[in-house]
Design a protein. Structure first.
Lengths: 746, 168
């Protein structure tokens, strides 16, 4: 673990000394602080909102409700895909935490204090928390227009799963549960909106500035050019800042009062804003006696929560990822997402993948045990390989599962041994693999500009969340232009100057924006070559690339600065693009087509220790691996591999949002714990499986590849240690102990 | 704000600060909002996560749980002032050298906790470090690099304790 880092981030010192710019730090003159009055009940009609006492508090400037923000009498509604979420609840509330009013005051403390003086008169309605209940005939409706509470259903049919299942030698039918979890970015959601003559400028901690721009424009009924979204460095997101959340209410409130408005969510509000999709997965697998999987039928029911956010498409992504990294000729997947009266669900690092990986990677070990085949061997028998047909019908390329499986098993074996096992404890090892499609279709564009002094500016809307995206893109630009990395400046995202980028998520930035940057740099270099050729009267093809310029056939060199000066230009720029087609929307009704431009591949192997008397599980050693394409920065890939394993540990062992009577009972970091340094595996290893350099596919994302396999690898290790199979996350001591008792009793 | 404003004096990163405040004001608020020290950050607000760790009279404390009046007359060090001492500067350098950061929201406070650890246990092994820093949470999971950074200083402390030359 002590290898020296290869790239020193240019802002390393600012990161360490606390001088990094966050939206949290932003203040503007005349700014008001906002706080939200949130629903205390899971489902109710709003009869009246009394804001009088709060508004009368000295220092409170306004208390606004849906009526105050309405445009032409219509309440404002938002949503990334479906506009079903009120900016402020108007006729009813649909979950505990649903915003009902916004208080604007001279200080944040006052705004928060005034919230408790707002009196909302609710008429309770029946509520539903469990998607299974929500989709039953008797369920109350979360949205009156949505019969049966089903937001979306996706189906994939490949081969003949029923017939193949009937013909299989053995059948396995299991149900796995994955609960809601919370992202817990250390920096909360925070936004500051300021209106000018040209429209609204929103500073926000987001992963998707252009999507926020579009969503706010649509919500506030503005032309898109009147909404400008700017970012700073983001203090953690993990998917929580992909979907639009607080920006519409902040922009609308600022418009209503004619002053800048800042809203920073409290930690409790973070838990009530967006969460991981809970899922119930029934997985049926038909296998031949020799270990070959011949059929798989997966039925997934996702909890969308109270509003759609991205959940309809997310269920489609889940459908695509459900079969796992195996060559299964006959597959049927039904992926349904349902509204409930709970926190809206959204993308969560390893989105719509961790839940399924938990099911398929756990079940395959049970199958292996039943057939008397080694868990690694049964994976080898079934692995997806180059040229295989995925259950979406597409032919797979760039697959590296054999190498990943080797890397994690040999990597774990090569790690220093754990301390000797203590009496009353047992040990076991487990392995798990994952496949994840990336967001498709998607688009990334960038501007690259060379100035007269030879400096290069990169204008992008990709967000720096600490993953090192800006440094990676800087490296790629510098390399393609033949200039030192220090000569390239990456601007913080600003939709007024940076062209479109879908989002900084789905492990897509290195690949998608990286490709756009390479495209832009190549174009810029060709423009400069043309200028240099005109300048010297040489044929452009005879000018060879040289550091910071070109060399002519005579061996003399001209620099970019000289080219610009001689051409009488202050600057020269190029617009780079990367666009993918196909994807979810292009699949036929059987889920057949081209689902993803490429596939994220990862795996982990772990050794766990189980204390038999308490059921406490501790991961002692872990080795993760991912396919990294051409690795741009080994240290940052390693940070993702290690960080992914540590992140994945939480939902595997202890993270779960608990509900009672429709209310979260653990919305704080004391009752909802995230992994600390004591929880992380004390012995960790990581491998990056590299692809060839060059070509359209050389770059590859790595941000999520070790998150999903953590839970099943740990579950498999527990099974190896003491023979029990846990099928409900998290694997708490209570669940382990109960399973141990049941095993002993059986 | 209540009527009972109290005068408090603090020495923060070497400079004396005197102000009248509401006795219920938390130290994290005073440092961040009043003095503009942006390295001091609130994440949990209940003393669990360590994002607001500052050093008060040599000890790491959660700035969200300490009232500013409780720190009256004390010396406070935040990440902005950690490099005032050689040992503090070495911690910051070790974090940058070892790439011990991702989103970096928690990292300034982590450097203060690491500094306090090294002051208290100059020869800390990884187990001691894990225990000591377990109250500083990093959601990105940068822990292995943080251990590397702290470990590099422990070795340095060990070698200088045994009379060897410090590496340049």
């Amino acid at each position: 673990m002590n290898q020296p880092p290869d790239t020193q981030a240019s802002d390393a010192r600012a990161r360490v000394t606390g001088r990094l710019p966050f939206v949290l730090n932003e203040r503007v003159p005349g700014m008001l602080h906002a706080a939200l009055v949130r629903s205390s009940v899971p489902h109710a009609e709003i009869r009246a909102v009394d804001t009088g006492a709060a508004a009368a508090l000295p220092g409170v400037v306004a208390v606004l409700t849906a009526e105050d923000l309405a445009v032409n009498g219509d309440p404002l509604m938002f949503g990334d895909a479906r506009q079903d979420q009120p900016v402020l609840a108007h006729d009813r509330v649909r979950y505990v935490g649903d915003p009902v009013a916004i208080v604007l005051a001279e200080t944040r403390r006052l705004a928060i204090e005034a919230c408790s003086l707002v009196d909302v008169d609710y008429v309770d309605l029946p509520h539903v928390v469990d998607p299974r209940e929500a989709t039953s005939d008797a369920a109350s409706l979360v949205h009156e227009a949505q019969a049966g509470n089903v937001l979306a259903t996706w189906t994939l049919r490949h081969g003949d799963a029923d017939a193949a299942m009937a013909g299989a030698d053995r059948h396995y039918d299991d149900t796995y549960l994955s609960p809601p979890a919370s992202h817990v970015p250390m920096e909360p959601h925070v936004a500051l909106a300021q209106w000018t003559g040209d429209g609204v400028v929103i500073l926000t901690s987001t992963q998707a500035p252009h999507v926020v721009k579009e969503t706010v424009a649509r919500t506030l009924r503005l032309p898109e050019e009147q909404v400008r979204v700017r970012c700073r460095d983001v203090g953690g997101a993990y998917g929580a800042k992909v979907v639009t959340t607080i920006e519409p209410v902040v922009a609308a409130a600022a418009r209503a009062v004619g002053r800048p408005v800042r809203l920073e969510l409290s930690r409790s509000e973070e838990f009530h804003t967006v969460c991981k999709h809970a899922a119930r997965i029934r997985i049926r697998t038909g296998v031949r006696d020799d270990g070959r999987i011949v059929a798989r039928i997966v039925d997934v029911l996702w909890n969308a929560g109270a509003y759609a956010t991205n959940s309809a498409d997310a269920a489609g992504y889940g459908m695509v990822r459900a079969p796992g990294p195996y060559h299964v000729p006959n597959v049927s997947v039904t992926s349904t997402t349902a509204y409930t009266n709970t926190v809206p669900s959204g993308p969560f690092r390893g989105a719509m993948t961790s839940q399924l990986c938990w099911a398929y990677e756990s079940q395959i070990d049970d199958i292996a045990a039943d057939l008397g085949i080694d868990p690694v061997e049964i994976r080898r028998i079934n692995l997806l390989r180059e040229g295989d047909r995925y259950p979406t019908g597409e032919i797979m390329e760039d697959l590296h599962y054999d190498e990943i499986l080797d890397a994690v098993t040999s990597g774990l074996a090569a790690l220093p041994p754990a301390p000797p096992v203590r009496s009353g404890h047992v040990r076991g090892t487990g392995v798990a693999l994952v496949i994840k499609s990336t967001q498709t279709p998607s688009r990334s564009e960038c501007l690259i500009r060379l100035d007269a002094a030879g400096g290069v500016e990169l204008l992008i809307a990709s967000v720096e969340i600490g993953q090192g995206a800006h440094e990676t893109l800087r490296t790629l630009a510098a390399e393609a232009l033949g200039v030192p990395q220090s000569g390239v400046r990456v601007h913080l995202p600003d939709t007024a100057v940076a062209p479109y980028d879908s989002l900084t998520a789905s492990s897509r930035t290195t690949f998608a924006m990286g490709s756009a940057v390479q495209d832009a740099a190549a174009q810029l270099r060709e423009k400069l070559r043309g200028l240099a050729a005109a300048m010297s009267g040489t044929d452009p093809s005879r000018l060879r690339n040289a550091p910071g310029g070109f060399t002519d056939p005579g061996g003399s060199r001209c620099t970019y600065e000289e080219i610009l000066r001689h051409s009488g230009l202050d600057s020269c720029e190029a617009h780079g693009r990367w666009v993918s087609t196909g994807g979810l929307g292009s699949l036929d009704s059987n889920g057949q087509g081209s689902a993803s431009t490429h596939w994220h591949q990862g795996g982990v192997a772990v050794e766990v220790d189980v204390e038999l008397e308490t059921g406490k599980v501790r991961v002692l050693r872990a080795h993760g691996a991912c396919f990294s394409g051409r690795t741009v920065s080994p240290i940052r890939v390693r940070q993702q591999t290690d960080g992914g394993m540590i992140f994945g540990l939480g939902p595997a062992l202890f993270e779960e949002l608990l509900y009672e009577d429709g209310q979260i009972t653990n919305p704080n970091l004391s009752d909802y714990m995230i992994p600390s340094m004591l929880d992380m595996p004390p012995i960790l290893g990581g491998s990056a499986i590299e692809g060839p350099r060059g070509g359209r596919r050389e770059l590859h994302g790595v941000g999520e590849s070790t998150v999903p396999p953590m839970a099943p690898a740990i579950g498999n290790a527990i099974r190896a240690a003491c023979g029990i199979r846990i099928r409900e996350l998290p694997m708490t001591p209570e669940r382990v102990l109960r399973a141990l008792y049941e095993e002993a009793g059986a | 704000m209540t009527d009972i404003a109290t005068t408090v004096s603090l020495r923060v990163n070497g400079s004396l600060e005197i102000f009248d405040i509401d006795p219920s004001e938390a130290l994290v608020w005073t440092l961040r909002e009043r003095l503009g020290l942006q390295s001091v950050r609130t994440t949990c607000g209940i003393g669990v996560c360590g994002s607001c760790t500052v050093i008060v009279d040599g000890k790491p404390v959660s700035g969200c749980l300490m009232l500013t009046v409780m720190a009256d007359g004390c010396t406070v060090v935040t990440a902005e002032g950690l490099d005032a001492t050689e040992a503090g500067a070495a911690v910051q350098k070790a974090f940058t050298d070892h790439h011990a950061f991702q989103c970096s929201f928690c990292i300034p406070a982590m450097t203060l906790a690491a500094h306090a650890l090294l002051e208290e246990y100059p020869e800390a092994d990884d187990d001691t470090t894990r225990e000591y820093l377990s109250g500083n949470l990093c959601r990105c999971g940068t822990y292995p690099r943080i251990l590397d950074a702290v470990g590099s200083l422990c070795r340095r402390a060990n070698s200088s304790a045994s009379g060897e030359e410090r590496p340049a």
